[in-house]
Design a protein around this ligand. Structure first.
Ligand code: NAI
Length: 300
């Protein structure tokens, strides 16, 4: 999407952090922006900022796990600003601890927001974008946790690997529609995610981890406060939307980690040269792969 001025962005989680940074940067480019968030205090604070700027920003109180509410939010957006050109599925939550301590409620809360929330965003807006036929762009936010697990990050990792898988597949499926896809995979960003449990719903409150605990919040904040500023991160997203770049990973410090990971995976593949049957399979597969690449159905 080269021209952004006057176009409409819908940004989930837009009241805080990474998403608020995106809202500020896209609004500065002249877009009309809807910020959708479950926390009214985050929306109010963000709107104080945008109202002072005289920016065309509209707040929607939304729980992205509520599918009917997502649909109503899309209708409201169209009424206020018009159809959505840019969808940023950014809202997300985190909780940490060993997988063996996770309750079903822990799993359900994280998966509902982090992956079902992205699915709900896509299911709500993508058919409208396709029907309109005017192109557009979708930015999904995963994390470096979509590549790299650390002890105690397993539930969050599971949700973020899913966002990455969904986004890589979506890019292929949308190739002929004029709708671009970008995947943002941040390392640390200085946001309010350390307080994520404050948005945890009552009906999923049984946890094997921690609740609203100031000491835990302080510890988590110390990890992210050295991270990127959300607006600086959003500048990279802006460039990706303009250039239709898929990967948005402005964290070169992960180069060796990613390299090691890929080398470990490649090293697990057996050498087929001494096994004629295996060799035939490899050749057949490669022929099919090249055909798919020529048809544009697989990334080169
Ligand atoms: P944040 O907590 O500052 O902002 C997230 C916003 O999403 C909050 O305003 C929150 O109220 C909202 N939200 C939570 N649940 C929601 C729901 N069900 N419906 C609607 N809104 C909801 O956190 P941050 O860091 O800005 O997180 C944004 C995204 O960035 C998340 O997907 C997170 O996983 C990802 N991320 C963050 C990193 C970091 O270091 N902060 C690193 C990697 C990825």
């Amino acid at each position: 999407m080269k021209e952004l001025k006057g176009k409409v962005a819908f940004i989930t989680g837009g009241g805080s952090g990474v998403a608020l940074g995106q809202a500020k940067v896209f609004s500065r480019e002249g877009m009309k922006v809807v910020i959708a968030d479950i926390r009214q205090d985050h929306l109010d604070e963000a709107m104080d900022y945008f109202n002072k700027q005289g920016a065309a920003v509209h707040p929607v109180h939304l729980d992205i796990t509520d599918r009917d509410a997502c649909s109503r939010a899309a209708d409201e957006t169209e009424k206020v600003f018009g159809p959505v050109d840019l969808l940023c599925n950014t809202a997300g939550v985190s909780i940490f601890g060993p997988i063996q301590d996770a309750t079903y409620d822990d799993w359900d809360w994280i998966m509902n927001v982090n992956i079902n929330g992205v699915i709900n965003g896509i299911r709500t807006f993508l058919p409208r974008m396709i029907e309109r036929g005017a192109g557009g762009h979708i930015v999904n936010t995963a994390s470096m946790s979509a590549f790299v697990p650390l002890p105690g990050t397993g539930v969050y990792n599971t949700s973020k690997y899913a966002v990455r898988g969904l986004s890589e597949a979506l890019r292929l499926d949308l190739e002929t529609t004029g709708i671009g896809v970008s995947l943002l995979c941040p390392g640390a960003v200085n946001t309010n995610i350390h307080e994520a449990v404050l948005t945890r719903p009552e009906h999923l409150s049984e946890t094997g981890y921690y609740g609203a605990d100031e000491e835990v919040f302080k510890r988590l904040k110390s990890v992210i406060e050295v991270g990127l500023d959300p607006e600086d991160l959003a500048e990279f997203v802006l460039t990706a939307v303009r250039n239709n770049d898929f990967w948005v990973i402005p964290y070169p410090e992960f180069r060796e980690t990613l390299d090691d990971l890929h080398q470990e995976v490649i090293a697990a593949l057996p050498d087929p040269s001494s096994d004629p049957e295996m060799m035939k399979r490899v050749e057949r597969f490669n022929v099919r792969r090249r055909e798919r690449q020529q048809e544009g159905r697989e990334q080169k």
